[in-house]
Design a protein around this ligand. Structure first.
Ligand SMILES: NC(=O)c1ccc[n+]([C@@H]2O[C@H](COP(=O)([O-])OP(=O)(O)OC[C@H]3O[C@@H](n4cnc5c(N)ncnc54)[C@H](OP(=O)(O)O)[C@@H]3O)[C@@H](O)[C@H]2O)c1
Length: 258
């Protein structure tokens, strides 16, 4: 298994958000099997009460720490940053997987008439604003010169150039906004923090609660199990460095058009 961050010479401290479900949970599980990983901090609104996160913590005593935080709020982001600061060591890898496509009473829009301000605000708060505000809060923890990667899950449907089907207004637009915000950060980091890489990753279509209502027309061989998606993403991240910062990449390493 490759070390999770290219060029890192110490065991990695990793933050995984959205770690109570789907891709985030599978990433946490995979990382904890790697000797090159010192610790995983697992964040979501209900990470602390998740039976799956607890089972991982029991399997890897002292290496997994759960934090309950709502990353759609300033208070939640501040709580995570403070808890990480209190741990007293640098962070080498952030895998931001918290994301939202549908929720009780909220489905992705099929037409303009279904567009609602409240849904736009809710989807943007988590999918667009949380990653950049999290990066701002964590920047001081991302080491003082050693390699570190901030990877945030995006989605191919956030590509404007690739938008042929329409629909899913809020989710598409929020992922596109995330991409622009993090691309802008990558350009700033090239100047101010050249040891850091900031990338946006499309995991493929993955069998999780987020995609489950929309899997009917996905061919079986194009639907990844979360463990496979996690392995593919970690393999990709391990190849990336500052020269890749600002890229919007699919799980197979191919660039996705903006
Ligand atoms: N699945 C796919 O096919 C697919 C395709 C392309 C992109 N993606 C992207 O991949 C990422 C992970 O998706 P997934 O499929 O693993 O989704 P998922 O199974 O629905 O998991 C979403 C995670 O986000 C957490 N979360 C939701 N709202 C939150 C909030 N306000 N604050 C903190 N955490 C919150 C959830 O935990 P709590 O409920 O405990 O908060 C959960 O752990 C998302 O960004 C998604 O857009 C997924």
């Amino acid at each position: 298994m490759p070390i999770p961050v290219r060029g890192l010479s110490v065991p990695a401290h990793v933050l995984v958000t959205g770690a109570s479900s789907g891709i985030g949970l599978a990433l946490a599980a995979d990382l904890l099997e790697r000797p090159g990983v010192a610790s995983v901090v697992a964040v979501s609104r209900h990470a602390g009460s998740s039976g799956e996160v607890q089972a991982l913590a029991d399997r890897h005593p002292g290496r997994l720490h759960a934090i309950d935080a709502d990353l759609a709020t300033d208070a939640g982001i501040a709580l995570v940053a403070e808890a990480l600061r209190a741990r007293g060591h640098a962070l080498h890898l952030v895998l931001h997987c918290a994301g939202l496509l549908h929720a009780e009473g909220m489905a992705p829009e099929k037409s303009l008439q279904q567009l609602e301000r409240a849904a736009l605000e809710r989807v943007f708060a988590l999918n667009a604003f949380a990653p950049i505000l999290l990066a701002r809060a964590l920047q001081p923890l991302l080491g003082a010169g050693g390699p570190a990667v901030f990877a945030s899950l995006s989605a191919r449907v956030g590509s404007i150039g690739d938008n042929r089907l329409g629909g899913w207004y809020a989710y598409r637009a929020a992922k596109a906004a995330q991409n622009q915000l993090l691309r802008t950060l990558a350009i700033e980091w090239r100047r101010t923090h050249p040891h850091l890489a900031c990338v946006m990753l499309h995991p493929g279509t993955v069998d999780t609660p987020l995609s489950r209502p929309f899997q009917a027309r996905v061919p079986a061989d194009a639907l990844f199990a979360p463990a496979r998606a996690a392995r593919q993403l970690l393999d990709l991240v391990a190849t990336l460095g500052p020269a890749d910062s600002g890229r919007f990449l699919a799980w197979d390493g191919r660039d996705i058009p903006w």
